[in-house]
Design a protein around this ligand. Structure first.
Ligand code: SAM
Length: 233
């Protein structure tokens, strides 16, 4: 379970400590380690005035991961998108990207299996449930099979440390993604860390094309990841 190390503080002290940590992080990284049943040791790190969420071997949120998903969002037309499903909330950096860089104010449903991650998204990165954001603690596979909502944009960003569970490349998962998609919008899939994974992606690409999507594979985005970007005409 995630617990904040500090006693509740009046807002003025909280703001003071926030700025102290930010300034000190220019001198040396400030790390807080948080154990999680699903993700091993999570690390909230202040570095050079910015806060990141990392695992032992991967950047989960903010930093490189945020740049990779931002690149994906730059490839699509967000104007007709009226709702978004994010599978893999992490610290919620893509939510900040959508809101701040793309002025996307539509509803976002964000799913994560890990209650510790959701607590970190709230307490460390200030993402709260609101009329425009619904954070759900659930297994992404179960959620996508059960939901009756149709989403215009689905972002699939599901990792355990540096590893994407193989169930998320199975066609049954992608058929459920298509069932939950309005077919008027886009899908962004953060498909692999460091490797091209092209063989595994081929059946998914064929399925998406057969359902009217144009599909582009971007290799080595930000020097590392493979990103699948699918959109309807
Ligand atoms: C790279 S992080 C997501 C980062 C996030 N998209 C962002 O913008 O900051 C990957 C997340 O996938 C979640 N995850 C892994 N397996 C999952 C599953 N079966 N169901 C739901 N979430 C899962 C992990 O708990 C982790 O928080």
């Amino acid at each position: 379970m995630y617990t904040d190390n500090y006693l509740p503080q009046p807002p003025i002290f909280a703001a003071f400590f926030f700025h102290m940590k930010r300034l000190l992080s220019y001198l040396y990284p400030i790390r807080k380690k948080v154990p999680s049943q699903y993700n091993g040791k999570l690390e909230v790190t202040w570095y050079d005035g910015k806060k990141y969420l990392n695992t032992k071997n991967a950047n989960y949120s903010y930093g490189s991961l945020q740049e990779i998903l931002k690149f994906g969002l730059e490839q699509i037309n967000l104007n007709p998108i009226s709702n978004c499903l994010l599978l893999g909330l992490g610290g919620g950096s893509v939510i900040d990207t959508l809101r701040s860089d793309f002025n996307f104010q539509q509803h976002i449903t964000a799913v994560d299996i890990d209650p510790v991650v959701i607590a970190i998204a709230q307490k460390e990165f200030q993402h709260y449930n609101s009329p425009a954001l619904n954070m759900v603690c659930a297994d992404a596979k179960a959620f996508i099979h059960e939901t009756t909502t149709r989403f215009d944009l689905i972002i699939v960003d599901l990792y355990i440390d540096a590893y994407m569970p193989s169930q998320f490349t199975e066609l049954s998962f992608w058929k459920a993604i298509l069932k939950s998609h309005s077919k008027q919008g886009a899908i962004i899939f953060n498909a692999a860390l460091h490797t091209s994974n092209s063989k595994v992606l081929q059946p998914i690409i064929s399925l998406l094309k057969a359902n009217g999507f144009t599909v582009n594979i971007h290799q080595k985005v930000n020097g590392t990841n493979t990103l699948l970007v699918a959109q309807t005409p």
